[in-house]
Design a protein around this ligand. Structure first.
Ligand SMILES: Nc1ncnc2c1ncn2[C@@H]1O[C@H](COP(=O)(O)OP(=O)(O)OP(=O)(O)O)[C@@H](O)[C@H]1O
Length: 257
C-alpha cells in the first residue's frame, strides 16, 4: 500500500489552501499530519481521498485516486472525518457495522466475517460495553471512540483519521495512539491529523508539517519537531524532554506590535 501526493493543490472559493504538496507514504508507517489551525490539513486529506477537486495527483498504489470507483477507494482507505455529527439513533453496534458497507453488495446482509470484523473493531477500540447504547446519546469522547471503531471495522489497508484524539481523555488519548501505531506496525498505513505534539513525537514514525497549505517539514519526529521549527510554525516556545525527545510547549510568542 502506498499513498502519494504529487504537486497536489486545492483551491476553495478561489483561494489556494493546499499548495503543491508532494510525498509518498508506505505501509507500516504511522504518519502524523501537523500544522496550525487553517493550515490545510483536512483539505489535504480530503483531496488525497479524492473527495475534492484538486490539481496535481493523489495516487493510491500508483493509480490516480480520482479515477478509482469510490467504493474501491473506501475498501482501501478507511476515513475517520473530523468531528463527525451523528443524526440517526442507531445502536452503537449497528453504527460500527456501517464500516462494513464498502464490502457489501447492495441490500445484502452482514456475513459471519463482517460480524467478526465489527466485533474485532469494537474490542480494539474498547467500546464493547457501549454496543447496545444509542449512538446519538453518547458523550463526545464515547462517540469519538465508537467512530474510530467504525473506521477500524472497514479493515482497510490504510486508515486516515482527522483529529482522532479530539475530546478523548488522557487515558483514551494514549490508548488511541497505541492502537493507531499498532495498526501501522501490523502492516497498515495510518495517517492521523494531530494537534498534540508530544503524542505525535512519542508515537508517530513520521510527521508532515503543513503551514499555509505548504508542506514545510517531513521526517522523523526528533528531526522535525525542534524548538526552532515549533517557534516558526506555531509561534510557541518549546522545551524538549526525554529520550526520544518530546516537545513541551512552555509559552506563546507574542509578536511586538
Ligand atoms: N468549504 C470551504 N470553503 C472555503 N474555504 C474553506 C472551506 N473549508 C475550509 N476552508 C478554508 O481552507 C483553509 C484550510 O482549512 P482546513 O480545514 O483544511 O484546515 P486545517 O489545517 O484542517 O485546520 P484545523 O486545524 O483548524 O482543523 C482554512 O482557511 C479554511 O477556512
Amino acid at each position: 500500500m502506498t499513498l502519494a501526493a504529487e504537486q497536489l493543490s486545492v483551491a476553495l472559493r478561489g483561494r489556494e489552501v493546499v499548495r503543491g504538496v508532494s510525498f509518498t507514504l508506505d505501509a507500516g508507517q504511522f504518519v502524523g499530519v501537523l500544522g496550525p489551525n487553517g493550515a490545510g490539513k483536512s483539505t489535504l486529506i480530503r483531496a488525497l481521498l479524492g473527495l475534492l477537486p484538486a490539481s496535481g495527483r493523489a495516487l493510491l498504489n500508483g493509480q490516480p485516486v480520482a479515477a478509482l470507483p469510490r467504493a474501491a477507494t473506501a475498501r482501501q482507505i478507511a476515513y475517520l472525518p473530523q468531528g463527525q455529527a451523528l443524526h440517526w439513533p442507531l445502536s452503537v453496534e449497528r453504527l460500527v457495522a456501517l464500516g462494513r458497507l464498502p464490502h457489501l453488495a447492495p441490500f445484502s446482509r452482514l456475513s459471519a466475517a463482517d460480524e467478526a470484523a465489527v466485533a474485532r473493531a469494537m474490542r480494539l477500540a474498547e467500546v464493547e460495553h457501549l454496543a447496545h447504547r444509542t449512538a446519538t446519546e453518547l458523550s463526545g469522547g464515547e462517540r469519538a471512540r465508537v467512530l474510530l471503531a467504525r473506521a477500524l471495522a472497514v479493515e482497510a489497508p490504510a486508515l486516515i483519521a482527522d483529529e482522532p484524539l479530539a475530546s478523548l481523555d488522557p487515558e483514551h488519548q494514549l490508548h488511541g495512539m497505541e492502537l493507531l501505531r499498532a495498526q501501522a506496525h501490523g502492516g497498515g498505513l495510518v495517517v492521523a491529523v494531530l494537534h498534540d505534539l508530544a503524542l505525535a513525537a512519542r508515537f508517530c514514525d513520521r510527521v508532515l508539517v503543513l503551514v499555509d497549505g505548504r508542506l514545510v517539514a517531513d521526517g522523523a519526529p526528533p528531526t522535525v519537531l525542534t524548538p526552532a521549527l515549533l517557534e516558526q510554525v506555531y509561534r510557541v516556545h518549546a522545551r524538549l524532554i526525554g529520550d526520544p525527545p518530546v516537545p513541551v510547549i512552555t509559552k506563546r510568542i507574542i509578536a511586538d506590535r
